[in-house]
Design a binder for this molecule. Sequence first.
Ligand code: PEP
Length: 274
Amino acid sequence: LQEYKLSNYIFWLNMKHLVIGNWKMNGTLAHASEFAQHLNEKLWQEEMLTQIILSPPTTLINYLKQNLDSKIKLAAQDTAVNKEATGAYTGDISAAMIKDIGCDYVIVGHSERRQYHHETNQIVRQKAEAVYAANMMAIICVGESMAEKESGSTCKVIESQIKESLPVSATPENTIIAYEPIWAIGTGLVATKDEIGMVHNFLNNMLNKERVSFAKRYKLVYGGSIKSSNVAEILAASYVDGLLVGGASLLWKEFWQIIKVVSEHQKIMSLECS
Ligand code: PEP
């Protein structure tokens, strides 16, 4: 029994929830400097049971790599579609270059890229392949629009996004899935616990059904108007392994508060398991 309890406890520690902060096109050196200073101090004072991943604009990755506590991992917000490390592609930044400046993750297929840069599922898939080729993890975003939600086609939309955006070489070791309903991004409208649970259940059935080992499941994170005040409700939905936070990740105090709520939740879960 003791052995069982211990392995369960280690399992929960290994299954850290993710808190991913997406700064989008925001942030100056001065902002990054203040943010890093405060977040580092907090991390040195308190042990967190979460994996924090920060996705600043590319201009700040190098600075944050040098100045943030190394427990915080970095993600780029996009990558060039090409697998080549270098080439005549003015304005593009390859996955290999992103890896070179210290990222371990890249967000691909964010709805803002799908909408403003006309990125199709096929482009998203090629970008994910470029991320794998550079030995990083892809955070692949999917989500339905308000019109799709209202017409009752949420699961159909998500299903085709998953089928078409995930490379055949995608595995839980190289890919995290972010469910971000478009209508909830930056709008203040948060999906309810039941709405999140319904989609995460659907994703779990689609991606993890055959996976016997719980530790080898695809991690499923939710994003859309997250604040420290709504985190507990979101985490109560089934199969939520973490959060993708946009606007609230720019404010260090609010971001830290979110991390704390997630960490507390994780602690309670690990106690329940022990
Ligand atoms: C996002 O951009 O991924 C996001 C979830 O934004 P926000 O939290 O601001 O809605």
